[in-house]
Ligand binder design. Structure first.
Ligand code: FMN
Length: 183
């Protein structure tokens, strides 16, 4: 596949900026690979036709082990649209060439990454129902803003300032590996 042929979307929600940092790192890493992704924030009025894209990165924080309500609402709205169009088929057949990556930021104060995995799986199931292959699930630690206790005394220790440069460098390296594996 030629470099510029891949149509890519980064679609994310972020209340306190952590997930946005990851989204912007994904954007930078894609641009280094010669790909110019669309980047959009999830918002109430904005369902997206994801079939327009070959590769979709969907990102969300974890709130009580799930994507927050605005993310769940937009997924429900998109599922409704796809059901009406007949896109949601028994056995969820994969559509060749359609791939998704989910990314979740989390603080894990009580049980660590187990607080984020259900949110990543939730996003992943959405794509699987649409016929996208979930190529990767990424989990990135993020400071629990406005909660010193959860940012310093939780299972993951002192997570202030995260995702930090190192976390984001890892995301960028994962993007480069993924693109190499797709091309
Ligand atoms: C209302 C609320 C609930 C949260 N619940 C959890 C949780 O259950 N588990 C967890 O690991 N982090 C939880 N967090 C922390 C966020 O997932 C984490 O800080 C995330 O990186 C925030 O992303 P954002 O800055 O993009 O909004 C919660 C944060 C808020 C504000």
């Amino acid at each position: 596949m030629l470099k510029n042929e891949l149509k890519v979307l980064i679609y994310y929600w972020s209340a306190t900026g952590n997930t946005e940092k990851v989204a912007l790192s994904i954007q930078q890493a894609l641009e280094r690979e010669g790909i110019k992704p669309a980047i959009k924030k999830i918002h109430k009025a904005g369902t997206e036709d994801l079939y327009v894209y070959d590769l979709v990165f969907m990102g969300s924080p974890s709130y009580m082990w799930a994507p927050p309500e605005p993310v769940r609402e937009i997924i429900a709205a998109m599922m409704d649209e796809h059901r009406k169009r007949g896109d949601i088929k028994p056995c969820a057949p994969k559509i060749p060439g359609k791939k998704a990556v989910t990314f979740v930021t989390y603080s894990g104060p009580h049980t660590g990454i187990d607080e984020a995995i259900p949110a990543g799986k939730y996003l992943g199931q959405f794509f699987a129902h649409l016929g996208f292959e979930v190529a990767a699930e990424w989990y990135v630690v993020g400071e629990f803003h406005k909660s010193l206790e959860n940012s310093t005394k939780g299972l993951l220790g002192d997570i202030r300032g995260r995702p930090n440069r190192q976390d984001l460098a890892e995301v960028e390296s994962n993007v480069a590996k993924l693109i190499k594996s797709i091309r």
